[in-house]
Design a protein around this ligand. Structure first.
Ligand SMILES: Nc1ncnc2c1ncn2[C@@H]1O[C@H](COP(=O)(O)OP(=O)(O)OP(=O)(O)O)[C@@H](O)[C@H]1O
Ligand SMILES: [Mg+2]
Length: 509
């Protein structure tokens, strides 16, 4: 007898429907076809033990299972459940009229229990869009799926519970759909606070601008000046994510298998700080079956690269394309996947190999060694960093003073206001949430500057020998500075401040 059950495969951050055809015939054999990987091939052992331990048996006949479409590579253990159900129905061990109305995913353990799988959020979206009656999945995954509205999510602990539900319609309860994402306004309570950083007004202002518009930042300064300290406090001032942004982030973390069990939607902007020994594959994503890398896990959040010149040059160079395009396509022999990677790059470095800035009249050899050091970070990469600042050591008087500095909460309120203005301005664009994400067309439309400011920009371009890319980036930063002062028009002072954060690249090259 031939039966058809439905499962799903992941490609990038999207899920695709897989038809699982199970045919049982005379003879004794087990064939699995349709580009399965080794985890799926091994499923016969898991299914056989799980069936036995749930009170059923593996039919001693010729079982042929085809996963269609055959050209899409399938991987992982999420097909265990639909395959087991297909075998039970095809061998006549259970009688059900509804088994093909549901999309099913889940890994089986030998005792018949159901283990969680990755990528549930995109799978749930696919189940809803394809009009399935419901999604049957491991209980530990049900909260993640219940984010999707208009979908009945049925979480089960064991294979036997699924069987009972398919036969009699009892035993499983649909978890209430949380529908739209519930977003609380999370204060940065558990993050370290900016009030602990003494002095460093320029650096703080820069991070505020960066957080408001989603811009890239580079902090250059001697050891112990507080660069790492400042960067670690950035999450405490980042604006909350919109529903759309939360879903984008959760999808990526779901596909990467990074969501904790019983966890719904991620509503905090990610902050990723990989070590400088990271490989290009771990940073960009990769593997025989593509998986999201650090740049995609940092989507809508921050990628912090501490001690930038310590990263391998090749690793930094591969960042150039995703920094510009805000997505990454990973091609492998077996599959090709695209992941979003719209992150804020925050980097820190010392100005010289010795750590401190060059003094007043440096000798030739120290200039040479300083140049060699900073040249580890290439010009094109530097060009993509909107805000570049020197972080000087804080003098003793400031460090020991007990004057109160602004708390993260106060800064965050300003950042959030500026971000709401942007959300409102860009609500017609699906891909645009903040100023840094503007493309040329939007820059021309929303970053018009007054005539007197144009002279200033021309002068800056010439004296700092800035590139056309730097020109666009200055305009975007000016837009954010104007948003922070709640101005619809970009004024000369906004532009002047943006230019001021841009002088560093020419100093080195
Ligand atoms: N502005 C500051 N206010 C208060 N404490 C500070 C400040 N700057 C540095 N510190 C103290 O110095 C410590 C070291 O700072 P941090 O690690 O941020 O330096 P860094 O600039 O990252 O140095 P390196 O280049 O060596 O990585 C901090 O943990 C903090 O205790
Ligand atoms: Mg540091």
């Amino acid at each position: 007898m031939l039966v058809i059950v439905f499962g799903a495969a992941l490609l990038g951050v999207e899920a695709y429907l897989i038809r699982i055809e199970v045919n049982i015939d005379r003879g004794i054999a087990y064939h699995l076809v349709g580009l399965p990987d080794s985890a799926i091939r091994e499923s016969s052992y898991r299914i056989s033990a799980a069936l036995k331990n749930s009170g059923f048996r593996m039919p001693g006949k010729k079982i042929t299972i085809n996963l269609a479409p055959a050209d899409l590579r399938k991987e992982g253990s999420a097909y265990d459940l639909p395959m087991a159900i297909g075998i039970l129905v095809a061998s006549g061990q259970i009688d059900s009229s509804t088994f093909d109305k549901y999309l099913m995913v889940g890994e089986l353990s030998l005792d018949g229990g159901l283990r969680p799988v990755r990528g549930i959020l995109p799978i749930a979206i696919a189940a809803r869009d394809r009009g399935f009656k419901g999604l049957i999945l491991p209980l530990a995954n049900s909260l993640e799926a219940s984010v999707v509205d208009k979908l009945s999510v049925l979480g089960a602990n064991k294979l036997s519970e699924v069987v009972q539900y398919l036969r009699f319609g009892t035993g499983l309860k649909a978890s209430p759909a949380t529908g739209a994402v519930v977003l609380e306004d999370i204060p940065g309570d558990d993050f370290p606070d900016f009030s602990e950083v003494k002095g460093q007004e320029t650096a703080k202002r820069c991070l505020e601008i960066a957080a408001a518009g989603g811009h890239n930042v580079l902090m250059v300064g001697p050891p112990g000046s507080g660069k790492s300290m400042l960067a670690k406090r950035l999450p405490s001032i980042l604006p909350t994510m919109t529903n759309a942004e939360s879903l984008e982030v959760t999808k990526i973390h779901s596909v990467a298998g990074k969501l904790a069990e019983n966890r719904g939607v991620l509503n905090r902007r990610p902050f990723r700080s990989p070590h400088h020994s990271i490989s290009s594959a771990a940073l960009l994503g990769g593997g025989a079956y593509p998986m999201p890398g650090e740049i995609s896990l940092a989507h809508n959040g921050v990628l912090f690269l501490d001690e930038l010149p310590e990263f391998k040059r090749g690793v930094l160079e591969v960042l150039r394309q995703p920094l510009e395009d805000r997505f990454i396509t990973i091609s492998r022999a077996r599959a090709k996947a695209t992941y979003p990677s719209s992150f804020m790059l925050v980097a820190s470095m010392n100005p010289t190999p010795g750590g401190s800035f060059l003094g007043e009249n440096p000798d030739l050899s120290s200039i040479r060694s300083a140049k060699r050091y900073v040249s580890k970070v290439s010009g094109p990469l530097l060009d993509r960093i909107d805000l570049q600042i020197e972080v000087q050591s804080v003098p003793y008087e400031k460090l020991s003073a007990h004057v109160g500095t602004e708390s993260s909460q106060t800064i965050r309120q300003r950042v959030s206001r500026a971000r709401s203005m942007q959300e409102c301005r860009y609500k017609v664009y699906e891909y645009l949430h903040c100023n840094a994400q503007m493309k040329v067309k939007e820059i021309r439309r929303y970053c018009t500057i007054q005539t007197e400011a144009q002279g200033l920009l021309k002068q800056a371009m010439e004296s700092l020998q800035l590139s056309a890319r730097a020109y666009d980036r200055i305009l975007k930063v000016s837009r954010t500075i104007a948003d922070l002062s709640e101005c619809e028009k970009i004024r000369t002072e906004h532009l002047a401040e943006a230019i001021q954060y841009r002088g560093m690249d020419r100093l080195w090259i």
